[in-house]
Design a protein around this ligand. Structure first.
Ligand code: GTP
Length: 238
């Protein structure tokens, strides 16, 4: 096993499934099964999930219909709270002890993020889901994932997406898109590859946290990455 403690960033959009529900309960069960398979390896698992299935803060329709950046970002942060509660429920149903910690103060619903308490939960074998983003507008859940990775000293940030890794163009639009096996942080920043936003990449670079982008929709891929049997796209030092 290459890693003792991981942070897994999951897309909220995947939770919606294909049938236009906000949260598809079959997909929730799929998430729980994938996590169960790596939980059984005995590694410490932290998770950040996006909120794009409910609301995407930076999303713009037309200028006049658009919700302002700050309110929109708070709506996105609240969406991550909803998704995290759904994950917790499905994880516990699958026998995975789970705690949710929030960057926003909503103590009636979930406990607040306290770094040392998060480490304690992890050391006791609990999956910890961090919600509420960074607690501030102008940041994405990718940045929250990078920040929490640094705070808990994660060995790797695994970004689960709908595609097999990082491509030179959108693989859903271009059949000839070429996948990268590995990239440096500088490549991603220099070529403006749309992996994560720049503040997330910079945080990982400054704190020496490798990133691995992989397809979360293909069953077993997460476990294969952790076992060193499969590479999506790995991002690290030059
Ligand atoms: P240990 O002390 O390591 O055993 O951790 P623990 O999480 O089991 O104990 P704790 O007493 O901290 O929490 C018990 C339960 O209450 C857990 O499900 C926590 O997630 C939950 N909890 C703790 N603090 C808060 C809070 O501020 N708000 C909410 N809503 N739940 C909380």
């Amino acid at each position: 096993m290459n890693y003792n403690r991981i942070l897994l960033k999951l897309s909220g959009e995947i939770l919606a499934g294909n049938n236009e529900s906000v949260i598809d309960t079959n997909i929730l069960k799929y998430f729980a099964n994938e996590i169960r398979s790596i939980f059984d390896l005995g590694i410490e698992i932290a998770i950040v999930i996006g909120g794009g299935n409910i609301y995407r803060g930076a999303q713009s329709t037309s200028d006049e219909d658009k919700i302002g950046r700050i309110d929109g970002d708070y709506m996105g942060m609240l969406a991550t709270v909803i998704n995290s509660l759904a994950l917790k429920d499905s994880f516990e149903a699958a026998g995975i002890p789970t705690r949710v910690m929030s960057a926003l103060n909503i103590n009636e619903i979930v406990e607040p993020f306290v770094q040392k308490k998060a480490l304690r939960h992890l050391s006791k074998g609990r999956v910890v889901i961090f919600c509420g983003g960074t607690g501030h507008p102008y940041f994405s859940t990718d940045t929250a994932a990078a920040l929490r990775s640094a705070e808990i000293d994660a060995d790797i940030l695994l970004k689960g997406t709908k595609v097999d890794g990082v491509f030179d163009s959108d693989p859903e639009l271009n059949v000839d898109a070429k996948k990268y096996d590995s990239l440096s942080y500088s490549d991603v920043l220099k070529d403006n590859l749309k992996v994560m936003d720049l503040s997330a990449i910079t945080l990982c670079k400054e704190n020496g946290i490798p990133i691995n982008v992989f397809n979360f929709k293909v069953p077993g891929t997460l476990k294969k990455i952790l076992m060193g049997e499969y590479k999506g796209t790995k991002i690290g030092d030059d």
